[in-house]
Design a protein around this ligand. Sequence first.
Ligand SMILES: NC(=O)c1ccc[n+]([C@@H]2O[C@H](COP(=O)([O-])OP(=O)(O)OC[C@H]3O[C@@H](n4cnc5c(N)ncnc54)[C@H](O)[C@@H]3O)[C@@H](O)[C@H]2O)c1
Length: 350
Amino acid sequence: MDQPVVAVGVDPPTDLIPGRVLVTGGAGFIGSHVVARLMLMGSQVRVLDNFSTGRIENLADAAYGGLTEADVVSGDIRTPEGVEVIHQWQPDVVVHLAAQPSVPAARRSPLYDADVNVFGTVNVLDACARGGVRLVINAASSAIFGSVPAHDLPVREDYPIAPVSPYGVSKAAGVHYLDWYGRQHGLPYTSMVFGNVYGPRQEGSDCGVVSLMADALLGGRQVVIYDDGTQTRDFIHVSDVAEAIAVACHHPGVGMVNISSGRQTSVNEVYDTVREASGVGNAARYEPLPWPGEVRNMALDTRKARELLGWYPKIGFTEGVRMTVRDARRRQAGSQILSPVRALERAVSG
Ligand SMILES: NC(=O)c1ccc[n+]([C@@H]2O[C@H](COP(=O)([O-])OP(=O)(O)OC[C@H]3O[C@@H](n4cnc5c(N)ncnc54)[C@H](O)[C@@H]3O)[C@@H](O)[C@H]2O)c1
């Protein structure tokens, strides 16, 4: 992993250390890592989540760090009652992660995607502007840039926004609304453009490619790779993302900022790395892309994050994949350990 040539340590003003941080989507994959990281920082943290994909078990680390039941607000970002916590609790910083996060799911249902990612985001931003929130940190995605020619990679923050999927469109709308609330209402923001985030606790049929491959290989199923596997993405470990958000909480808003590794990794390379980490050697099956217009290559330029936040990624891809495979193994072993218990319960009750 690249290290900065010169140390860019940026000391934040001490009056920007946040007391109260609200994390929307805090029970999800990225959110739960962020909540645990913010608890370590000594902030008071509350979670707002409707548990559509998030799970209370994801908050076990945060509970060890002191998060209590009272800190978890069950609510929907699309409703006035859902965002009421912003007016009542008056957080210094709102980390907005709640979303419909899947590219394939947005293709299947653009309406639901827009409802959560556009309408829900505006509802959160409006409450933040009225509630005097000091800083909003928003989760955007490299999908906002669409198909970028190879010679323009890694892509900088000022590159034209031109999404090619409904998910990219809804995430781009969030970025534009932040910009409008910033100019019109003076709401300070940091809009983080993430690459493909991977790591422990990522699960579900539409989740990231690293976890999908790990789950398939450890479960004895063949991995399907669409196209020829030479298409690339920019992968970033979830702990590095959580660190970036913790660091950004201590700074004034920096606008749009890329948070990723800056490197392209092909799907074939991902597969080789997961295979090596899992010790399972099946060959993948190659199939044509089930939808047209898929982004071919992606990498994000991360110099702005280094310069303004002093942040750079610390977890190398091989190391990060090993952590993810260990987590997938633990989850699969967990369900195998529990199944005899369930069978025993059935036997006892029946
Ligand atoms: N995972 C990635 O690779 C990636 C890449 C770029 C950007 N992002 C963005 O990061 C954020 C977090 O993604 P994730 O991968 O952790 O997904 P996730 O599904 O694990 O987390 C999303 C959380 O939001 C909650 N949520 C969904 N709809 C809600 C609603 N209407 N009201 C309240 N809560 C709601 C879910 O229950 C879940 O806990 C999202 O904004 C996503 O678009 C993720």
